[in-house]
Design a binder for this molecule. Structure first.
Ligand SMILES: N[C@@H](CCC(=O)N[C@@H](CS)C(=O)NCC(=O)O)C(=O)O
Length: 214
């Protein structure tokens, strides 16, 4: 199966990171093409790939699948064990993944993914409230399972929360000891580190994102 994943910039594109991690964990060989975000003509390029006009987009035998969750579900159909085996955990993992896919809007807006950034400047209360809700969710799931991840073994849910974990590190957001260990686990992941290494050498800079909380 020939697969090509179109992604945004490594440093900034949180939605691209999620299915990229899933493809890596699925051990499905794939090619990657980076589309620089926020440069003249970038939207036309995205619209030439999909009607959504966003990345990520996965090309499978000439067909293009947009959306991080759709791509992750495609991988889960092709390869077992990307969702928890136990049916109750699988349903819960899908629920919390959807929660990340649709929610935590203030955290996403006020603390955008920026892997190169480390700052302890204050963020708005609404962003802190989202961060606190996320920590509560992580703590609850981690306390119910024995493993390092939300549902014991790594799952698509962990892929969806990895970009959020990087925001806690970038913006020095408050967290409990248990959530801090989880964040460290996600950031120590070998595949994540490969992605992060690309972000550190990437030349493209989005000034607007870099200006947030300087
Ligand atoms: N719901 C989509 C969101 C994708 C998304 O917003 N991607 C951003 C990059 S991280 C993008 O393409 N932004 C360009 C734009 O919206 O013009 C998904 O899950 O893939």
């Amino acid at each position: 199966m020939s697969l090509k994943l179109y992604i945004g910039n490594y440093n900034y594109s949180s939605w691209s990171l999620r299915p990229w991690l899933v493809l890596r964990k699925a051990e499905l060989p794939f090619e990657t093409e980076v589309i620089d975000l926020d440069v003249p003509g970038f939207k036309d390029k995205l619209l030439s790939l999909s009607d959504e006009g966003t990345v990520p987009v996965l090309e499978v035998k000439g067909e293009r699948l947009p959306d991080s969750l759709v791509i992750s579900e495609f991988c889960a159909k092709a390869v077992p064990n990307l969702w928890p085996k136990n049916e109750a955990d699988k349903a819960e993992a899908r629920r919390v993944t959807k929660l990340m896919h649709e929610g935590f809007l203030n955290l996403r807006a006020e603390a955008p993914m920026n892997l190169r950034r480390r700052t302890s400047k204050s963020v708005p209360q609404a962003c802190l409230d989202d961060a606190a809700a996320m920590v509560e969710l992580w703590d609850e799931l981690l306390s119910r399972h024995d493993g390092a991840f939300l549902f014991n073994d790594w799952s698509i849910a962990d892929a969806f929360y990895t970009p959020a974990a990087t925001r806690f590190a970038s913006y020095d957001l408050p967290r409990t000891a248990r959530s801090d260990t989880y964040i460290s686990e996600l950031m120590a992941d070998r595949d994540f580190q490969d992605w992060e290494a690309e972000a550190f050498i990437e030349a493209h800079i989005i000034l607007e994102t870099d200006k947030v909380n300087q």
